[in-house]
Design a protein around this ligand. Sequence first.
Ligand SMILES: *[C@@H]1O[C@H](CO)[C@@H](O)[C@H](O)[C@H]1NC(C)=O
Ligand SMILES: *[C@@H]1O[C@H](CO)[C@@H](O)[C@H](O)[C@H]1NC(C)=O
Ligand SMILES: *[C@@H]1O[C@H](CO)[C@@H](O)[C@H](O)[C@H]1NC(C)=O
Ligand SMILES: *[C@@H]1O[C@H](CO)[C@@H](O)[C@H](O)[C@H]1NC(C)=O
Length: 323
Amino acid sequence: MMDIIQKIPVATICLITMICVGPSICDGSLNSRPIIGVLAQSSDPKSQPYYGDTYIPSAYVKWLESGGARVVPIRVRESGEYYEKLFKSINGVVFPGGDVNIVTSYFAKAAKILYNMALRANDAGDYFPLWGTCQGFQQLTVLTAGKDLLSALHAHRMMALNLTHNFGQSRLFADLPKYILTSLISYNVTANHHNYGLSPTTFSQNQALRTFYRFMSTNVADNGKEFISTFEAIKYPFYGVQWHPEKVPYDWDLNDALTHTRRGVKVTQYFADFFVEECRKSGHHFPNITAEISTLINNYQPHFTTDTRFQERYFFNFTQPHF
Ligand SMILES: *[C@@H]1O[C@H](CO)[C@@H](O)[C@H](O)[C@H]1NC(C)=O
Ligand SMILES: *[C@@H]1O[C@H](CO)[C@@H](O)[C@H](O)[C@H]1NC(C)=O
Ligand SMILES: *[C@@H]1O[C@H](CO)[C@@H](O)[C@H](O)[C@H]1NC(C)=O
Ligand SMILES: *[C@@H]1O[C@H](CO)[C@@H](O)[C@H](O)[C@H]1NC(C)=O
């Protein structure tokens, strides 16, 4: 009898700890082994080099690793069961850049499944972050709006961000160190490589987008068109950048004007640190260490290519996607 009574306070402490598990509140509950899924992009069999049906540029992997995460590739053109299982095992998802169809491609379809799972998980109190870069950012706008609202433009250079007046109210930019803030607004540290963009006007006119996201920066393309360059979801840990934070330290594209300055490298690191820390708030894990290890991207070898867009890429022969 005495024993049971003495155990009560212990049980109570456990209960309090349990409440603390989950999002943001207590540091002690953070997952220090975050594993992040990167959705693979379909390769074009007609373009060279072609070493597999899908690929992931190494820069995304290095970027996430620099923040303290490990990476698993996510296949396109898979069953719902595959995505369900993987989703329960990983702590966040990155939709990378690419140039497949934003509505009909296997990439778009897999992104939709993952996006919907992330919405449901977060609604149920299961913190699950998403990050979209370039086409990944555009994909988020299509998923939230339920349609393609992008317009054609031409933006292929390094730029400084034009921040909105209330950028500081965002989570992503609230704690920007001064050096990073100065770098972002006064130096050409954001790499743009896109032919589409979401205009702030279109954003403001679309109910689904303007109630879901807040945008923190815009830029002006070469043809004078303004586009949203950074946003985040208001109520979900979802982030999108039209530019490429992963490129500056990790990509050496032969044709573009990537500049590899110290400021640019620090900016890259800031965003890696931010997103990986978000992923540490997710408690998902693989069923066992064998399943975990066999799924990691470390099981594959990246290819060095003299492609004009990427210095190094992982190629996969997953399920013969062809877009
Ligand atoms: C994928 O298959 C192609 C064609 O059979 C082959 O050339 C390539 O090396 C394979 N890639 C990988 C990563 O196994
Ligand atoms: C940024 O790039 C633009 C051209 O795209 C150039 O006019 C400007 O001087 C550059 N700014 C800095 C700080 O290098
Ligand atoms: C920032 O906004 C100004 C005013 O619209 C525009 O002239 C400029 O090109 C923008 N800067 C960048 C780097 O997009
Ligand atoms: C690990 O998990 C996988 C996937 O659920 C399962 O197939 C496998 O049998 C498990 N292995 C061990 C050693 O438990």
